[in-house]
Write a protein that binds this ligand. Structure first.
Ligand code: FE2
Length: 375
């Protein structure tokens, strides 16, 4: 088994962590039909719709809904006309994550520092004003056409952003509490380019490294490095495909998204058994590993608080590292194209990403790739 290298566990200096990101502000999806996407996150995942922007609010370009579950905030937007920039993006990529928005103190400084270090500008610092104050943003590109938007909400008291109006929908939570990490898929040979981008342009440091010996099956392989910001709240693993006998899941993603992009968003829950049971009852589809996985599990992870029978029945995966254990499960792709999916994760001390589950998981992904004619 290849080694997992933990680099630099000491806290970063303020200078190295020049962006001083407070948290992930929101994740913005471009979709074909925002009303349907809103309904999916609302009724299936239990997110509460809190704001709307569209024709009725003076937004003549796109329809948009903001939803929240705990601290996790998602935005789904769809264009009104083929001339919209959202339409051309959607035509190429289908549904997917366009923006990962990060809350900072100073959007001008964030933009200047990152572009001076080689980041490509998405947009220059801008102020949008309405009755609720000043909403400040700037943006730079990361992999593919994905943007990191810097947001300063210090002088803004509105529900989300200018043109967005509050909406009141009742939602039944599934217990999803916050974003744990977001993974990007990049092309063969490009992982280190993007690792360097997060290090040099964004001031992140490398937390973990997995090579193709950690993550390989009979058919395919991938490599992954995990980048983390100064306060540890923002974690961005980067995957690239590795040589294998058949097409890797990363290549399948790239073939259908037609560029690098966000592969999955992992959301934390405090009670994964309850969350997954509810999600399943609402029609969310998860990947299944073979039953043999559960025969070996007690020996591999030792004692856990959760009922092993329930864990097996729900198809939840478990992994242990030096600091504790974690439970995780992955949905099937959440749109027609085999691109983005969601991970639900519960941590009991473990800070890793489920390395012990990679092989079983990727074999089950390959069963699905085979069904799609893409292996
Ligand atoms: Fe993950």
């Amino acid at each position: 088994m290849a080694t997992t290298i933990q680099t630099e566990t000491r806290p970063m200096t303020e200078e190295a962590d020049f962006l001083q990101i407070k948290s992930v502000d929101h994740v913005h999806f471009y979709v074909g039909n925002a009303k349907h996407a809103m309904y999916y996150w609302w009724k299936a995942f239990g997110f509460k719709p809190i704001a709307y922007s569209g024709l009725e609010t003076g937004n003549r370009d796109f329809a948009s809904y903001v939803l929240e579950s705990g601290q996790a905030r998602f935005v789904v937007s769809a264009p009104y006309s083929p001339s919209s920039a959202l339409a051309s993006h959607h035509l190429v990529h289908g549904d997917g994550v366009k923006m990962i928005a990060l809350e900072v103190e100073d959007v001008e400084k964030a933009w200047k520092e990152t572009t001076a270090r080689g980041g490509k500008s998405g947009w220059t610092p801008r102020e949008e004003k309405d009755d609720f104050g000043i909403y400040r943003t700037s943006a730079i590109y990361t992999y593919g056409e994905t943007l990191h938007v810097f947001i300063d909400r210090g002088d803004y008291k509105g529900v989300f952003a200018p043109t967005y109006k509050p909406i009141k929908y009742e939602a039944e939570s599934t217990g999803l509490a916050a974003i744990d990490h977001m993974v990007g898929n990049v092309q063969l040979g490009k992982m280190n380019t993007w690792v360097n981008f997060y290090h040099q342009v964004m001031g992140f440091r490398q937390l973990l490294h997995f090579d193709d010996k950690d993550i390989s099956t009979e058919y395919s392989a991938l490599m992954s490095k995990v980048m983390q910001n100064g306060n540890g709240r923002v974690k961005f693993p980067i995957n690239e495909p590795a040589e294998g006998k058949r097409k890797s899941q990363i290549e399948e993603y790239l073939d259908y998204y037609l560029s690098p992009g966000v592969q999955h968003v992992a959301i934390i829950t405090g009670d994964i058994l309850k969350t997954v049971d509810t999600l399943r009852s609402r029609g969310v589809e998860f990947l299944r590993v073979p039953d043999t996985y559960y025969e070996a599990l007690p020996d591999r992870v030792g004692k856990i608080k959760e009922d092993m029978k329930a864990v097996h029945e729900l198809g939840i995966l478990v992994d242990r590292d030096d600091e504790g254990y974690l439970l995780q499960i992955f949905t099937r792709p959440i749109q027609d194209r085999p691109t983005m999916f969601v991970e639900v994760i519960q941590r009991h001390g473990a800070k890793g990403f489920g390395k012990g589950n990679f092989k079983a998981l990727f074999e089950s992904i390959e069963v699905e790739q085979e069904r799609r004619g893409n292996l």
